[in-house]
Ligand binder design. Sequence first.
Ligand SMILES: Nc1nc2c(c(=O)[nH]1)N[C@H]1C(S)=C(S)[C@@H](COP(=O)(O)OP(=O)(O)OC[C@H]3O[C@@H](n4cnc5c(N)ncnc54)[C@H](O)[C@@H]3O)O[C@H]1N2
Ligand code: MOO
Length: 410
Amino acid sequence: MSETRKSSMPPGVDWLPVDEAQARLRAALTPLTAVQTVAPADAVGRVLAADAVSRRANPPRANSAVDGFGFAHADAAAEMPLAQGRAAAGQPFDGALPQGHAVRILTGAILPEGVDTVVLQEESHVTGDRVRFDRMPKPGANTREAGEDLPEGAVALQAARRLTSADIALASALGIAELMVRPRLRVGVLSTGDEIIASPDQPAKPHQIWDANRPMLLALARGWAAEAVDLGHAPDDPAAIAAALDRGAAGCDLILTSGGASAGDEDHVSRLLGERGDLTAWRIAMKPGRPLALAFWNGTPVIGLPGNPVAALVCALIFARPAAGLIAGEGWRAPLAFTVPAGFAKSKRPGRREYLRARLNADGAAEVFESEGSGRISGLSWADGLVELPDGALEVAPGTPLRYLPFQSF
Ligand SMILES: Nc1nc2c(c(=O)[nH]1)N[C@H]1C(S)=C(S)[C@@H](COP(=O)(O)OP(=O)(O)OC[C@H]3O[C@@H](n4cnc5c(N)ncnc54)[C@H](O)[C@@H]3O)O[C@H]1N2
Ligand code: MOO
């Protein structure tokens, strides 16, 4: 049936599938190679340049997992004499535990010599200097072995990993005071177009619009743990655009532009990049976001995103996000996707991959925004992610399994 369906693509142009465009982008880019050292506390979002290795075992010694009473299981009894003193976290028991005795022990305390098992305090009863247990646990109960989390010298975090807050905890716990990381990626963002007013604190006439793409892309870049470099707004004037690209190339590792990416009379970005920047302009078989450009301006990669804000965001997520990751040293990472049932119906024509603004309803089904219009920015806010419809034809009915890409996974 799908073969008889009319394609949604205008004829006469070579349309590049999304996967192919991603592969070409990936092949054209090179990662940063410089290395810096940072303290774990400053390392969240940074990309590891070398494996991080544990300086000592975690935990360093066997210790108690609970508050209770410890003893040697081999000579335990239902009732035992209590030793003087106690073992607490940070305050180890002094000396070895006398044979046949139990000792008061708290969570996190190193097991004193002679202790291998701990009984919960809720299952223990102290009378004077004796303790009685409701039941005898297995040997080793309620204890944590030395190195059970990680042994000394183990690779705790692998090179190319983008560090999370959990990684910061792990590195700190393992005594790693310095992490070798890649420099923070500097992402320049430039808006173009005569109609664009750079900031909402300036007035806009009816034929003018406030810049939506630049603040969006700058915020997105910050979310990638990059240093977002505001290259401002340039009118549809090749000299002004070239000057902004010169500034960007001097101080950035990647430049994102929006607008002027297609082939209209005022599409100066693509013309300029074609003349001076080894442009590869692609017509991508996707909706939204057909025009996408890749060029190198004085050696710095420039991704020319389409002007329509919805297309700019979708192209930024599908192309610029993994490209930024590759340059930053984490490799080309596909976003996390989940299979969810459709909460809508749609008859999709073959020919291009479609990204619909979507969110999950209370039943976990994906609902889509009421309009597919590429200028409907409110739909981006309404959505929590994108539904990705395949390149071919698809009859979507409620319940049809679909790929859902939450915005958080970008
Ligand atoms: N004859 C054709 N016309 C168009 C085609 C096509 O294939 N053939 N493709 C359409 C599609 S799809 C898109 S997307 C746009 C992309 O064009 P450009 O990248 O050249 O973008 P502009 O024309 O400069 O702007 C498009 C649209 O977006 C608004 N815009 C631009 N920058 C911003 C910004 N920073 N903040 C908010 N809005 C912005 C701009 O005013 C336009 O309305 O081309 C279609 N046309
Ligand atoms: O990229 Mo355009 O906005 O697909 O519609």
